[in-house]
Design a protein around this ligand. Sequence first.
Ligand code: C2E
Ligand code: MG
Ligand code: MG
Length: 317
Amino acid sequence: MASVGIALSTNSTRDEAELLRRADMAMYRVKQQGRNGCEFFDPAMDDQAAERLDMVNALRRAVERDELVVHYQPIVDLETTAVRAVEALLRWNRPGRGLVSPVEFIPLAEETGAIVSLGEWVLNEACAEAQCWAKSGLSEAPVTVNVSARQLLDPRFESAVAKALTFSGLNSAGLILEVTESSVMQNADVTIAKLDRISATGMRIALDDFGEGYSSLAHLRELPIDILKIARPFVRELTEDDHDPALVRGIIDLARSLGLRLVAEGIEYPEQQAILRAFDCRLGQGFLFARPMAAMDLRAMLAEQRGALQRLGDKAR
Ligand code: C2E
Ligand code: MG
Ligand code: MG
């Protein structure tokens, strides 16, 4: 694979070093887009590079400056809408920019390695929060934490997970790690062995965004996973006119035959919920039920649900 960056000598740039720098920047752009190809230098690339550098520096200090926030989105029983698990989703409260979405900074954090410390922070925060739900009697729902490829490859990953459990007092059954197939496959032997050891401690592993991008049946059987999360595009398709339900059905059947629990992601419409239920998919997550929310709001939601359950119990007595 070749990535080619081109910079043209003009009246304003005859300096060799400057030309090389520009060609390099154009080449970096090709690489960033993950493709084989070529790109011409454009002065806007300078601004973007400066913005990127700014972000790298700001991200490095985000943990110590207390700028990170975890939001929580319930994973519910598709029949009763009771909360069965909660996904921790990172946000960055970047000064002057408001709440920045992980889509905007996780890739860069991955690239620079900053994700390792951000990820540890999320693990600690999420475990402490889940332990708070359990201790205050709000809910026994486990918390799920997204783990990126770089974190999985980090030699300190297992001890970081163990520490998060020890510090919070959370039971290993209270934590679920979400990984993607492509991140596991980056160094498959080492990562699978690591996940096997983690799984042996009683923690569960979920395969996130299943069906999106790279998916392999052969690998699926080798992975020590307990939960399969059906990627959002499949759920979206369910209510489109020309959709073919065979694919989602196939994923659901596959999960069942492998003895995995299923979670459908990105449910936005009641029709999607109904179809998934008809396919016997029991768990789901999406804006239809709740958007990701601040820790306090989720606590209130759990408290309300617990209250409703108690009222039901009182009536039955
Ligand atoms: P993900 O793990 O697949 O998380 C689900 C994403 O879908 C979340 O986006 C959530 O807000 C969004 N979502 C949930 N329900 C719906 C819906 O009904 N409709 C639509 N359109 N979207 C829905 P978010 O929070 O922006 O996170 C994006 C991605 O960033 C996550 O995808 C995950 O890959 C990554 N991420 C988030 N937090 C962390 C983290 O702590 N560590 C790592 N490594 N990655 C993270
Ligand atoms: Mg996830
Ligand atoms: Mg997902």
